[in-house]
Design a protein around this ligand. Sequence first.
Ligand SMILES: Cc1cc2nc3c(=O)[nH]c(=O)nc-3n(C[C@H](O)[C@H](O)[C@H](O)COP(=O)(O)O)c2cc1C
Length: 236
Amino acid sequence: MAAVRGGGDGVTRPRIGPGAGAHLDLSEVRLLVCVSGSVAALAMPHILLWLTGRLGLKQIRVLLTPMALRLVTKDSFRRVVGCEVMCDWDDLPLEDRSHVSVAQWAQVGLVMPATADLVGKLAHGIADDLVSSTLMAVSCPTVVVPSTSETTWNKPVVRRNVAQLRADGFEVVEPRTGHSLATGADEKGSMGDYRAPLIAALTRAAGHPEAVPSTDGSSTSAPVADAASSESRRNL
Ligand SMILES: Cc1cc2nc3c(=O)[nH]c(=O)nc-3n(C[C@H](O)[C@H](O)[C@H](O)COP(=O)(O)O)c2cc1C
């Protein structure tokens, strides 16, 4: 059986999802999505709708940081995407005794958008809210999609934190240059056209046979890159 690298603990795990020959079908994968307080949070309901169509994802749980909740509503996920959403400890369902149950439920983690703040917390083991505590408790492969201004992205501390996340086993999707909603200029740091690298990273994390190994977080799986390249670009 093929194996996939885990979430920073050095453990290899059985491949999950479809077997060899299947094409971008992650319908059996339980995806935990952590949304933090970047302007790109606004796009996440739409992105999750797109991902469910693209990858057949059916089991998605969304965690929001308190700052993300100021930018996007729980109902954007619950009613529009149709997934479970939690922000505070009180939101944990009774059957999940704590954030650890939610962490253990996850087979693939997606931190998107990841603020400089959340990247820093993950790099330094800070767990002071539901999102960071749950991420501290996951053992599954986890993909991080940062979204910051270019100035923030280039800060030495952010570069160090991103390098630390990669060293710890997170797959960090490298931002691309594109139009920034925040400044109006072409910048690197925000998510750019995240589609091809995101799908490649998620399929890699799920151990999908179509996935192409990543060297720096920016490589893509060929079928997805071709499909996404003709779509419009807009940075967030
Ligand atoms: C409208 C708005 C947009 C923001 N966008 C970003 C962003 O794109 N990237 C970022 O790192 N911080 C951004 N911030 C700052 C974060 O929200 C702030 O650092 C916050 O403490 C992050 O908390 P969290 O990581 O717990 O979500 C933004 C703030 C506001 C008010």
